[in-house]
Write a protein that binds this ligand. Sequence first.
Ligand SMILES: Nc1nc2c(ncn2[C@@H]2O[C@H](COP(=O)(O)OP(=O)(O)OP(=O)(O)O)[C@@H](O)[C@H]2O)c(=O)[nH]1
Ligand SMILES: [Mg+2]
Length: 200
Amino acid sequence: MDSNPSSAETAQGSIYVSSAVTNAAKILVVGHFAVGKTTLIGSLSEITPLRTEEKMTQASVHVDDLRGVTGKTTTTVALDFGRLTLSEDLVLYLFGTPGQQRFMQLWEDMARGALGALLLVDPARLEETFPVIDLVEGYGLEYAIAVNTFDQSAAYSEAEVREALDLLPDTPVVYCDARDQRSSAEALIALVRHLLERAA
Ligand SMILES: Nc1nc2c(ncn2[C@@H]2O[C@H](COP(=O)(O)OP(=O)(O)OP(=O)(O)O)[C@@H](O)[C@H]2O)c(=O)[nH]1
Ligand SMILES: [Mg+2]
């Protein structure tokens, strides 16, 4: 047994789940290419997140659409994984799931047992969100929309996002900056509230 407590702690908390935690939920973090999935899980996770980042090569130039994306040199090739203890008795396991078509077979496993999905949206690339919504709905997952506002000038109102994405009135829409822990946590909490309301 490890007698040195500091070696079992990370900057954001313990690597072990508290013994008070009685409930665990699997949550997917989904969205199209380069929308901020890895960033959001990285800013939320209390453990060092598991990442499967690989350098993007010339081969992906015509596959992954880099229009409007600057400074991105890697992409997730399988999944992201992180953990967040949301309350004294609830821990969330976060699974970042690539939105590109070539990763579709992963969804079968990723969606299994998931309680819901936080669906990240870049308002400048709204059309890329439609296939992701189709997938989430196809797997029967409840979801909340987190608009990751990269460029303030391209910001759309909540009503515009709802209309463009043809959302149901009770689907939550929140705005977030995936780089910011607090903002990302608020987006996740909006999803969890929605899931609890649905379960009630
Ligand atoms: N300005 C801004 N940049 C962001 C935000 N979230 C992510 N980024 C940046 O956007 C780029 C893409 O973010 P990633 O987290 O790699 O996106 P991803 O969805 O995991 O990408 P793939 O796994 O390749 O599909 C990175 O350079 C991030 O730093 C945000 O909220 N605001
Ligand atoms: Mg990623």
